[in-house]
Design a binder for this molecule. Structure first.
Ligand code: SF4
Length: 373
């Protein structure tokens, strides 16, 4: 799924940020776009997926050849997921890479739905996300809701739609998430939340508000509101007694990730600026540590062979590299039985985390340091 106008001020993909912090849209509109190689990879995966889906649906389209085994398999999985959604539906209407206009609620806003299915009063939007960075949940996802509104505007008068289902398929993280709401609910959200936030954002009004959404903001390193919020987090009120109570530690734990992420954004930003010539009082740019390396690997190997020694180390590929080499299916057939997943080390996470809590009594034994003999 992609946003129609790549540089539109209020894009659906950034809506989580500008709904939470409306003035961030105008604040960052002139920042440089730093699209990464990952974005190009995502675009390629979407083209392959589109080609395969059109082919599967019998729409006249030549099938792209995909030479990237991993991408080939992941896009196959996506096609299988979409196909599964069609099973048992009455005369489903399927639209691939369907452009939708969302400007009724958000100025100059449009987008493209990867797959859109309409049947039995249900509008189902499926979004392929090829990234492997952050797991994205369909529940409460503003981007999907905005696309759904565009689709309702386009098809709502043609078909009697009463339910909107939204799915995110994120194959590289084995994440597949679906959320369903009534049409009335989504239209209520559009009127009460989306439209007012879009209006504030469009005119650069509203209040700055820091939160998780800051991680996708181009001003995240320099933003004063975010700095204030983080400095407030850091200013812990150390009261008697001398040792912290467990409830105080719990409160600090909840703030650490945000502080670390903010601190790291500030460091990255400051280095970038310093390299442009900006001077920060009391700081200087120096050469970082580096390791020795060969200037010519082939020549090194040759020289070592000449003296009768083997210059190479022979190692079996790691699981990820081996999966890429063999492809998922062949990997399972050939060495699937030789794979084990060791128990992970205990980590402390917020209660909202979806993983099941481990049994502390047995875990303490499992992870205790071996006793020295
Ligand atoms: S960093 Fe956060 S608070 Fe600051 S403008 Fe961006 S979204 Fe708003």
């Amino acid at each position: 799924m992609s946003d129609g106008a790549k540089h539109s001020l209020l894009s659906p993909s950034s809506s989580h940020r500008w709904i939470e912090c409306p003035p961030s849209a105008r604040l960052t509109e002139n920042y440089q776009d730093t699209r990464s190689g990952y974005a190009a990879e995502g675009t390629q995966a979407h083209s392959i997926a589109e080609s395969k889906l059109r082919h599967r649906l019998g729409q006249s389209n030549p099938l792209y050849k995909c030479f990237d085994i991993e991408m080939d398999e992941h896009t196959d999985d996506y096609i299988a997921f979409v196909t599964e959604q069609l099973e048992g539906l009455t005369d489903p209407k399927v639209y691939v890479e369907q452009k939708v206009d969302c400007s009724l609620w958000v100025p100059e806003c449009s987008g493209t739905c990867d797959a859109l299915i309409i049947s039995d009063g249900v509008l189902h939007i499926i979004d392929l996300k090829y990234g492997r960075g952050v797991k994205v949940d369909a529940e409460g996802n503003n981007q999907l809701r905005i696309y759904a509104l565009g689709a309702l505007e386009m098809f709502g008068f043609l078909y009697p739609i009463h339910t909107v289902r939204m799915s995110i398929f994120q194959p590289r993280l084995q994440n597949c998430s679906t959320w369903e709401v009534t049409r009335a609910d989504i239209e209520k959200w559009a009127e009460e939340v989306l439209k007012p936030a879009a209006e504030l954002a469009w005119y650069g009004n509203g209040d700055y508000k820091a939160g998780d959404h800051c991680q996708f903001c181009k001003a995240k390193a320099e933003c004063r509101e975010r700095a204030k919020a983080n400095m407030a987090l850091a200013a812990y009120d150390f009261i008697e007694p001398v040792l912290l109570e467990t409830n105080e530690i719990a409160s600090i734990l909840g703030k650490i990730d945000k502080l670390v992420s903010w601190a790291s954004d500030i460091k990255d930003f400051a280095l970038t600026e310093a390299l442009k010539g900006v001077k920060f009082d009391g700081w200087k740019v120096v050469e970082g540590r580096s390791n020795r390396k060969y200037t010519d690997e082939a020549a090194v190997a040759e020289a070592v062979k000449v003296i009768g020694l083997d210059p190479y180390e022979h190692k079996v590929l790691g699981v990820t590299a081996m999966t890429t080499l063999l492809g998922k299916k062949r990997f399972e057939e050939t060495i699937g039985g030789l794979i084990e997943k060791p128990q992970g080390k205990p980590v402390l996470v917020p209660e909202a985390d979806k993983r099941q809590e481990i049994n502390i009594t047995t875990a303490a034994d499992d992870f205790a340091d071996p006793i020295e003999n």
